[in-house]
Design a binder for this molecule. Structure first.
Ligand code: ZN
Length: 248
């Protein structure tokens, strides 16, 4: 059985394949992450020319056959190439980092149209947000929740206390907070001051439509991205490497 799928897709990655073709890793709105082949993409004057770059949001037509391991890209129109974001070297790395995260954490089983639309919304807003880094930390928190590892940040995992004063501890292993009394002697803990914890608590529950107006500045002192990436990697049982942010 052969069928055609017409849908939106983000290009996560592309590599040259043989003489003139490309293999693309796509995040497809109704299908999750999947690879397709774009035949003849490198031939001069082919309609694919220039459209299949990483980060482009496309409308694609894919010819699908169950017996094939690699489906075939038939048509691709660019819906958004994010030109402003692409040119801004203080913002573009965060968009590329989102692509790297998706590629390493999602698969075909993760087809979720709401999460796809959320991802596109965050990438769009990276172009104008005052603090693109905060949007990326927000994305890490939401991706963790989407994958089933929502960090429990609002009360001590051990004693249940919600009024967390002074220093608390985030346990990568438990995905939860321990108060200053209960955190002693546990492994894999990262200390969080009250303002750092409050920042993460507010960010985790903030509505995504208003995220560019998030009111709290990033409290200095810890690397939130490294902490949340380590947390995700621990629970997925594979280390996550984000190379794009080294461009900053
Ligand atoms: Zn406690």
């Amino acid at each position: 059985m052969q069928n055609q799928l017409k849908d939106k897709a983000l290009v996560l990655h592309s590599i040259r394949w043989k003489e003139s073709s490309k293999i693309l890793t796509l995040f497809i709105r109704s299908k999750g992450v999947d690879k397709v082949i774009a035949r003849s993409a490198y031939k001069p004057n082919h309609p694919f020319g220039g459209r299949l770059e990483a980060l482009n949001l496309l409308e694609v037509v894919i010819s699908q056959k169950q017996s094939r391991s690699l489906q075939i890209l038939q048509e691709a129109e660019v819906l958004d190439g994010f030109p402003v974001l692409r040119k801004d070297l203080t913002r573009q790395p965060y968009a590329l980092a989102i692509l790297e995260l998706i590629k390493q954490t999602l698969g075909e089983q993760h087809s979720d149209q709401i999460f796809f639309d959320f991802t596109v919304h965050i990438i769009k807003n990276l172009a104008t947000a005052d603090h693109p880094e905060i949007l990326f930390i927000y994305y890490l928190l939401k991706l963790s929740s989407f994958l089933g590892f929502k960090p429990a940040l609002h009360n001590c995992w051990e004693c249940g206390k919600t009024d967390l004063q002074g220093t608390s501890y985030f346990s990568v292993e438990k995905g939860a907070i321990f108060c200053s009394g209960c955190g002693e002697g546990l492994e894999l803990l990262s200390a969080l001051h009250k303002d750092q914890l409050y920042f993460l608590q507010r960010l985790q529950t903030f509505p995504h439509k208003k995220i560019v107006d998030f009111p709290i500045p990033l409290p200095a002192g810890i690397n939130y991205i490294a902490l949340l990436t380590r947390f995700l990697g621990f629970h997925l049982e594979q280390p996550i490497h984000i190379n794009a942010l080294s461009l900053l």
